[in-house]
Ligand binder design. Sequence first.
Ligand code: HEC
Ligand code: HEC
Length: 186
Amino acid sequence: MGLLTSIENPGYVRRIVSGLLGKSAPCFLAISTAMPAVAFAQSIDPHKLYEQRCGDCHAPHAGTFVRKNLVMSNGNLIGRETGREVRAFLDADHGRLTPAEVATIMVHFISIQQSGGLFQKKCRICHDRAVKLSRSELIIDDTRLMGRYSKRDIVLFLANHGRLKEDEVQGMVNVLKRHLRTRQEK
Ligand code: HEC
Ligand code: HEC
């Protein structure tokens, strides 16, 4: 499982690999595991992961947890209470995630952090949570975000909907797209 973090964290994988097989092995393993690692990492649904494994003790949804409990400092995501780096905290087995799950949830948290609560502020008053809106109303056609039923091009639509500033539209579209891409196939 540790090998799945190879993309995000080559140092980590090097340590595991040299521990397992000695120092000459990294090249071979890096190549042979790269492809399945990508496929596997994408099949974890970060929403479910958070809700099932963290939500009993923390806020029920990741969005609330990130907004209330985490802050970004010097490019690192930090817990407000403990002052600890979230990545290190989870690597040290808090929440008992596999390395691939840690990687998935970190990408999720950082993306929530970077979307700056914009959806919460400008959209939530009329819509359900972003993840629900995406997964029930929207689709990705080729690479374009479209209304599932309306067939609207959402980039164009958001230019005049929801009072987004021009430079906020693409970020919002990316957030909505990511919710679709991380949906777990059933
Ligand atoms: C069994 C309960 C429990 C579960 C499950 C759990 N946590 Fe925690 N978590 C805690 C407690 C209690 C703290 C308080 C700090 C401590 O442990 O020192 C905490 C603290 C944290 C902190 C630091 C917050 C801060 O303000 O500094 C982070 C980040 C965190 N948890 C993330 C997670 C994630 C992500 C998951 C799911 C993978 C998770 N936790 C699962 C109980 C839990
Ligand atoms: C004042 C209420 C209101 C606010 C605020 C609002 N919406 Fe909407 N939104 C609606 C309504 C009502 C519809 C359905 C309108 C229609 O289909 O013509 C809609 C439709 C949409 C659709 C299109 C769905 C489709 O199938 O075509 C998207 C995407 C969307 N909203 C995103 C957002 C985003 C993102 C924000 C925040 C930046 C936002 N909305 C803010 C009320 C709102």
